[in-house]
Each structure stands twice: as C-alpha cells, then as structure tokens.
Write a protein that binds this ligand. Structure first.
Ligand code: PLP
Length: 345
C-alpha cells in the first residue's frame, strides 16, 4: 500500500478533528458531569453516548478476534461506505472500481461524493476477472470494492481474485462481508495484519437480526480506523443502539441458531423454486437470499405482490435480466411463498 498520508485527501490528512467533552474526559472516578451542557434529568437518555463505543468494541473483540483499535462502528455499513469516499477520494479527480452487479450503495455514494465509479462486469456465474479489474485501475484509483457473498447474486466472490487485487493494488480494498455468517468461506478479518490497505465491512443488519438499530462495522488497520474516527460525526452511534447491541451480543449463540435455520431453509426452498416450470435458473447462494431467473420476472413479481408477498425485482440490473431476489424467511413464510408461486401461470 502507498503511504496512508498520500492516499488520503489532502484536507483529511491534515484534519484536526472536533474534540467532544466526552473525548477529553478520561478519568475513571468522576460522577458529576458538568462538562457537556446536558440536562441532569431524564437518565440515561440525557447523556451523550460514548463516541468511541469502548464497551461494545471489547465485546466484539471477544467474538470477532479483532483488537478494539481495528474496529469502527457506523450508523449502518452505509456510513462506513460513505466515509471511504470522503476520506480517500478527491471529488472530480479520483475514482473507485467495483464489481458489477453489486450492492447499489457504492455507486450511489460515489455519485453523491462526485467520484467516478468504474463498474467491472462479472461473468455469467457472477465471478470477477482479476485482469479486467486491474486494467480498470489507474493512478487516481483510491478504492476497489468487493462484496462477498455478493448482493444481488448471492454467491461468494472467488478469493483468489480478491487476493490478486490485494497483492497488486496499492490503494484501499474494501470487502463488504454483510452476509459472511451465511457462507462457509472465512472472513478477510484474518488478513488485516497482512494487508494495511484492507477494509472489511460487516453489519448487525443481517445475521444478527438488528437492521432496525442501524449498526455497521468496519475492520481495518489502527491507522485507517483512527482517520475514520476523526471524520465521523462525534456521536454517530446513539445511546439506545449501543445499549441494545451490548444486550444482544450477550446472546450471540442465538445468531448461530438463526443462521443454521435460515441456511437450512435456503437449501430446502431453492430446489423447489428451481423445479417450477416458469423458473429458468436459480443461482448459487452463500447468503440469506437467492437470485432466480424466470420467464417473466415482472409478471411473477406482480402476482406475488397480489398474494401480499414482496420480493425484489432485480431485472434492470446488469446480468440480472428477468430475475427476482428472494430473501429467506421463516419456514411458514417460505411455505406461503411457494404456495403462492405454485399457483402462478
Ligand atoms: C444489507 C447490506 C448491508 C447492510 O447495510 P447496513 O447499512 O449496515 O444496514 C451492507 N452491504 C451489503 C452488500 C448489504 O446487502
């Protein structure tokens, strides 16, 4: 990787961040807080949250095996994605490279930040070609995005391709692992010390079942995490979210049960859908959803919505003509889906 100072936008490299009242206070014994103009009534909501989420990071270290200095919490992964563009990409000058199709937020966030976004088409099995990715990179490329397992295709991205980009690209490689709990493949968090430009994103929104509390994670070198901390809003993760996440992390064993159930359901219903006469193909899934191609995706989508079942029509996305993306629900919900689908003509 290039020197971090040379990769960062010049204004970010010299930024002196806002220091909040709770940043300055490092003592242990204080019990009278008159430093932040808070209201002394209405405990505990009256207090600003811990800007560093220290307690939560310690809990996560135990689960993920990553040191607190290498962990960042965001208001959803979407905040982490936005931070990547704001930290590294000079608007109108720098660019980002990503596989296509993939999660739509990378492209939208690039556009919001006025950053060129280069889409490198996957093959028909939704796998990337390392040479094509490397050819899209130039001296103004700051970020390369992978998403594995990939959304909307559902499959793991070939690790040998990711490794080749990690070995040859001198910028930041972001690997979005929102669906990591549903795959057999290992997380890239184990390679953080090997690759200083690696940023791994995970989230509480999927396997952890907490999309509502908005909590995303980034794992990276302590140097990158430190810059993320100085660019984020000081109190980006609110008190309620931190408290709830701490509670839920105590019951991490539930997540394993959910994941096992969801994966078993995925394996049960994919062949049923594949066997329907109007289904052309179901694509390999390593996630909690699958993509399937139908004779007429739009008609099926409309029919399902008449049954009160909402799926995602991905037909307008590159390589995804006539496809629907279907999330795995409870056994009962999946049965309802199959029941409705089997009556479609
Ligand atoms: C669902 C999803 C996320 C999660 O985003 P949050 O903002 O954390 O809810 C991130 N990346 C991908 C690819 C996703 O599909």
């Amino acid at each position: 990787m290039k020197d971090l100072k040379d990769l960062l936008r010049p204004n970010i490299a010299v930024l002196s961040p806002y220091t909040s009242a709770r940043d300055e206070y490092k003592g242990k014994e204080a019990h009278v807080f008159l430093d932040a103009n808070e209201n002394p009534f209405n405990q505990p909501l009256n207090r600003y949250p811990d800007p560093e989420q220290a307690e939560l990071k310690l809990k996560l270290q135990a689960i993920k095996g990553v040191a607190p200095q290498s962990i960042f919490f965001g208001n959803g992964s979407d905040e982490c994605i936005d931070l990547m563009f704001r930290m590294f990409c000079r608007p109108g000058i720098d660019n980002a490279v990503a596989i296509e199709p993939t999660y739509g937020m990378y492209g939208v966030t690039a556009a919001i930040n006025d950053v060129e976004y280069r889409r490198v088409l996957l093959d028909d099995d939704f796998q990337p070609d390392a040479d094509k990715l490397l050819a899209a990179i130039d001296s103004n490329t700051k970020l390369v995005f992978f998403c594995s397992p990939n959304n909307p295709s559902g499959n793991d991205i070939d690790h040998s391709v990711i490794d080749r980009v990690l070995d040859s690209f001198d910028g930041i490689v972001v690997i979005d692992e929102a669906y990591i709990d549903f795959t057999e493949m290992p997380s890239y968090t184990t390679k953080l010390s090997q690759y200083p430009g690696l940023v791994v994103l995970q989230t509480f929104s999927k396997a952890w079942g907490m999309a509502g509390i908005r909590l995303g994670l980034a794992f990276a070198s302590p140097e990158i995490i430190s810059v993320m901390n100085s660019v984020k809003y000081p109190y980006n993760v609110n008190v309620l979210t931190q408290r709830k996440a701490l509670e839920e992390v105590e019951q991490a064993e539930r997540v394993e049960v959910w994941v096992r159930d969801i994966v078993a359901e995925r394996k049960r219903i994919m062949p049923i859908v594949a066997a329907m006469p109007f289904c052309q193909r179901v694509f390999k899934s390593d996630a909690n959803f699958f993509l399937a191609r139908f004779d007429d995706a739009r008609a099926l989508y409309d029919y399902l919505s008449e049954c009160g079942i909402i799926v995602r029509n991905r037909s307008k996305i590159a390589l995804c003509g006539n496809t629907l993306r279907i999330t795995i629900g409870t056994r009962q919900e999946n049965d309802e889906l199959i029941d409705c689908m089997s009556r479609f003509k």
